[in-house]
Write a protein that binds this ligand. Structure first.
Ligand SMILES: Cc1cc2nc3c(=O)[nH]c(=O)nc-3n(C[C@H](O)[C@H](O)[C@H](O)COP(=O)(O)O)c2cc1C
Length: 205
């Protein structure tokens, strides 16, 4: 097998030079707060395009160690009810306000994408590398949502670490939640936050 067929190399990708608008976009990219999101969310076509971009990440041995679970419409409320039940079992004395928050958690945005980490055991590819590819997928989804004109936030919260929530979402035993990507329209313009000092993070050897 030649290297060409092994990687199913297809058409040549048109080369490009510097893409100033993309550098500008990345330079000012900012997450929204889920509470700052409202309808409309992405159309089916826009969402599918975002997911296609989310799957287009560096991925050693092309294992796609991630999959996407979409929560929209009435399903957001139904899932909120289930998560409230789980939260109540974890904490039977939950105050009323907290219960409301649990019930309405997914209503914060019109579209919530659960990125499920779904590692593959090919006997060769370290799980760590698959974890990194899954993180890249979450970030690409954020970027695609932003570039499509929406606000988006990557959230984990307690749900990510609860095995009953994972069951409720239909995750398999070896899978886990990488994050909930909330996507919608920004209610208010975003404000900058403090950014790291790059010189403090960088060493030249
Ligand atoms: C894996 C991961 C989990 C996160 N979970 C939460 C969360 O549960 N709640 C929250 O407010 N922000 C969470 N964040 C942070 C936000 O997604 C976001 O990065 C933060 O608000 C800073 O915004 P920025 O993207 O504009 O730098 C998480 C980020 C990552 C990478």
């Amino acid at each position: 097998m030649t290297r060409q067929t092994q990687y199913n190399l297809g058409e040549q990708i048109a080369p490009f030079k510097k893409l100033a608008p993309i550098l500008q976009f990345l330079s000012v990219r900012r997450s929204s707060l889920a509470t700052n999101l409202e309808s409309p969310g992405p159309s089916q076509q826009e969402l599918e395009h975002m997911l296609t971009i989310a799957a287009r990440v560096p991925d050693h041995r092309r294992l796609s160690p991630f999959r996407f679970i979409i929560i929209e419409g009435e399903r957001r409320n139904a899932l909120g009810k289930s998560c409230l039940e789980i939260a109540r079992k974890n904490n039977p004395n939950m105050p009323e306000a907290m219960q409301t928050l649990e019930q309405t958690r997914f209503m914060r945005a019109p579209t919530v994408v659960v990125v499920a980490y779904s590692p593959k055991n090919d006997g060769k590819t370290p799980e760590w590398e698959q974890t990194l590819a899954c993180g890249a997928s979450c970030y690409n989804l954020l970027l695609a949502a932003k570039a499509s004109g929406f606000g988006a936030q990557w959230i984990t919260e307690w749900l990510t670490y609860d095995s009953n929530v994972a069951l409720e979402l239909g995750l398999l035993g070896h899978e886990r939640i990488a994050g909930f990507i909330y996507i919608g329209t920004n209610k208010e313009p975003l404000k900058e936050r403090a950014r790291p000092d790059i010189s403090a993070l960088t060493t030249y050897l």
